[in-house]
Each structure stands twice: as C-alpha cells, then as structure tokens.
Design a protein around this ligand. Structure first.
Ligand SMILES: Nc1ncnc2c1ncn2[C@@H]1O[C@H](COP(=O)(O)OP(=O)(O)OP(=O)(O)O)[C@@H](O)[C@H]1O
Ligand SMILES: CC(=O)N[C@H]1[C@@H]2OC[C@@H](O2)[C@@H](O)[C@@H]1O[C@H](C)C(=O)O
Length: 393
C-alpha cells in the first residue's frame, strides 16, 4: 500500500513545539454515526481546535453493528459478517478524515477509537472494531487505536478515558466540579478541590431510551424528550431497576451498552410515555446516587443527552449545584469525545498515561494504544517518543 506522510509543520517545528495536528474519531455507543475533530495537542496541552463534523450511519450499518452486540462474546475476528461491517465502518471514518483534511490542509496523526461491540473488562475484553491499517492506507496518516486493551490487561476498567481530556480542558479550574457525558452510556469526571480526578460510568445514558423509542415510535430517539415529558415515572419499577449491584459500586467502574438491556423488558407493560419517563429517571437517579468525595458545586453536561430537555430538567432538579451544558465553559459538547481521541492519540504517542487508579481503576499510571501505519515513513520522533505497545505496518 502506498501512502505519503506529510507533517503539516514539518518535523523541525513539530519537534520544537511538541504540538501535533491530530484528527480524533469517535463512534459512540448510540450508533448514530462517527464524529471527527481536529485538535492541535501534545497530549498535555490542548491548542487550537479546528474543523469537526459528524457523518451519520445509515440504518443498514446501524442494524449490522447492533447485530454484532449479541454475537460479540463468541465472534471470531475473521467472521465474514464482522469483517464486512468493519470495512464499511472504517471507510466512513476515512471519509470523515478526508473531509477534515480538505479544510485543514494536513495533519500528523489520527486517533481512531473504533466501535465498541463488547466491553467486559472483568473477562479481560474491551473490543472496538475498525481496521486501523485500512484507515491509515486510505488517508495516508499514521493511526493510533486500541486505546482500551492495555488498561484492561493491567487490571483496569478500560473506560472511561475522556476524563483525561476533561481534566486537561478544565486546565486547573477550581473544583469540586463534575463533567457529565450523557451518550449511549453516561459517565462522570469529578475534579476535586485539589485537582484530583475520580471517574467512571454512572449507568445507562440514552441507549435504552433510544431502543425504547425505536420500539414504540420507529425512530431511535426520544426527540427533544417529548415522550418522556408526556409520561409519569413508575416509581416501583424504577426502584427495581436501581437495585442493581452496579449502582452500589464505587467509582471507577464501567459499563457495556447492553448491560442494562433487560430493563426494557421490566418496563414493557408501561405505555411508551411512562416507559420513557422511567428511563430518563433511571439515567438521572443513577448519576445522582454516584458516590463522590464531595458534592460538585457545578455540573457541566456534554453528549447527546444534553439536547434532551427532559434529561436536563431532571438533572437540574435532582443534582446539588448548578447544571449547565459544557458550552458554558466554551466547549463543544457534541465533539468532546472526538477531540478526546485526538488528545489521547498524542498522549499514547508520547507514552503518557491513559490508565490511572482514579480514572480506570488500573493499579498504576501506564500508557496504552497501538500505532498502525500503512507503508508510511514515520518520523524518528514518533518512533522514539513514547511507549507504544506495538507497531503494525
Ligand atoms: N434533540 C435530541 N433530543 C433527544 N435526544 C437527543 C437529541 N439529540 C441527541 N440526542 C440523544 O443523544 C444521542 C447521541 O449522543 P452521543 O452522540 O453523545 O452518543 P455516543 O457518543 O454515541 O455515546 P457514548 O458517549 O456512550 O459513546 C442520541 O442517540 C439521542 O439519544
Ligand atoms: C467501552 C466503551 O466504549 N465505553 C464508552 C461508552 O460511552 C460512554 C461511556 O461508555 C464511556 O465509558 C466510553 O466512552 C468514552 C468516550 C470514554 O471512554 O470516556
């Protein structure tokens, strides 16, 4: 495969400033599409944020990915259906990178999260599909991927990883504050008065609500929270759902998208509206009962859930402190995860930690990620600068 590596700054400038031009890619648990964002970063500092975009998945790809969830635990990596989905998914990611490159003129590196199809850290698995070599060849850039496996091997949860980026963006802002990401799954980054970070997944985010809405309305989203707003919370069923052991576990902890899928059967006797209201309450109560060292004075919300007024209203009524979208901090709440994987790619390249006891529950600080490049001449600084776990060419 031929590919040309063209660092935007040239090796001299890149080495002098340490900043890299990185394109981060995130395909989240909501399966709505891929987000791509350009960030200048050295893995510690966040410089200019450039172009960003989302490319939606069509319903065929979405269903094909969904179909892999149930099969993932026993799926061979060369399964033909899996490989077909992986190619299609990778090609959409490549298109997203090309569109960013068309605006930015060049980049040094891609951070490729891939699509999680199975996350079971206690069984030693966190599997993100996507073909990094194919992506590298298609866009002519080195690709950092497989961000979670090293952490799981080290005894961590493998997730969440965004807290590294949240903390960098908070840039020393006085805690106690919390950043909440309400995607398919919801996760929290708590930053204390002393700057220490405690993180984890809190429970389901929008994924169950999306599945519920699809089942009842044919549209995989409770658009603007309309269903939930018209419903009433079923307190008895909510109580049963929240009795799950996961909600008693202290942070750090993590979830697979499908871990609470059985909740939909618990709610099945309810009307579409009451079921939606109860799912919103489940997401919000799970956040409110997450054990934190002290109550945050401010909560900043990112991810698609902040577009759902029913979720935002429930958060504001249940959480102590002010609740605002992360836009109040000047951040782009739809692109934070894509930006994060640009930042984490630079961290991986530099050998900086992706694992920590307070974030992923790993026993010590350690790095992770893998570098893949399809026939690209890598600059010496890439090869010597970090502790990349393995290089595939
Ligand atoms: N206007 C809206 N009204 C209600 N819900 C919305 C709206 N816009 C987005 N959402 C919700 O946000 C979801 C997408 O959120 P997001 O892109 O943050 O998820 P993700 O990144 O795929 O998930 P994760 O963070 O778990 O990986 C949609 O599936 C939908 O549930
Ligand atoms: C295994 C996996 O893909 N987890 C996702 C998911 O989506 C939200 C939450 O669950 C979080 O733990 C994580 O993503 C973000 C980007 C993270 O690692 O911080």
């Amino acid at each position: 495969m031929t590919a040309i590596f063209m660092p935007y700054w040239g090796a001299d400038i890149a080495m002098a400033t340490g900043m890299l031009r990185v394109i981060g890619l995130m395909s989240g648990t909501s399966l709505d599409g891929v987000d791509a964002a350009f960030v200048e970063t050295d893995g510690r500092r966040v410089g200019r944020r450039g172009a960003s975009l989302s490319l939606p998945y069509d319903s065929a790809l979405r269903e094909a990915i969904y179909g892999l969830f149930a099969r993932a635990p026993d799926l061979p990596h060369d399964d033909p259906a899996l490989c077909e989905v992986e190619r299609a998914l990778t090609d959409i990611h490549a298109e997203a990178v090309r569109r960013i490159l068309a605006v930015e003129g060049g980049a040094d590196l891609v951070g490729f999260h891939g699509q999680t199809i199975c996350h079971a850290p206690r069984r030693g698995v966190s599997w993100q599909i996507g073909d990094a070599i194919r992506l590298s060849g298609a866009v002519g850039l080195p690709v950092i991927h497989d961000f979670r496996s090293a952490d799981v091997r080290a005894g961590g949860e493998g997730a969440p990883l965004a807290p590294w980026y949240h903390a960098a963006c908070l840039d020393g802002r006085q805690g106690p504050v919390a950043i909440l990401n309400i995607g398919g799954v919801a996760n929290i980054t708590f930053v204390g008065r002393d700057g220490s970070v405690l993180a984890g997944d809190t429970g389901p985010g929008n994924a169950l609500l999306d599945d519920w809405a699809l089942r009842h309305t044919g549209i995989a989203c409770d658009r603007d929270g309309a269903l939930a707003r018209a419903g009433r919370v079923d307190s008895a069923r909510l109580h049963d759902l929240l009795a799950h052991d996961f909600f008693r576990r202290p942070l750090p902890k993590s979830l697979d998208r499908q871990d609470f899928i059985a909740s939909l059967e618990t709610l099945s006797p309810l009307s579409p509206e009451d079921g939606a209201a109860t799912l919103v309450a489940m997401t919000v109560h799970a956040i409110a009962r997450t054990q934190l060292p002290e109550p945050p004075t401010a909560w900043f919300v990112c991810g698609g859930g902040r577009h759902n007024p029913s979720i935002m209203a429930a958060l504001a009524s249940r959480l102590p402190g002010r609740v605002s979208p992360v836009e109040a901090l000047g951040w782009n709440g739809d692109m934070l995860e894509a930006e994060c994987f640009a930042f984490l790619a630079a961290r991986a390249l530099r050998g900086l930690p992706l694992s920590s006891p307070g974030i992923t529950g790993a026993p010590r600080l350690s790095s992770g990620g893998r570098l893949s490049s399809a026939g690209i001449a890598l600059p010496e600084s890439f090869l010597s600068s970090g502790t990349i776990l393995g290089i595939a060419r």
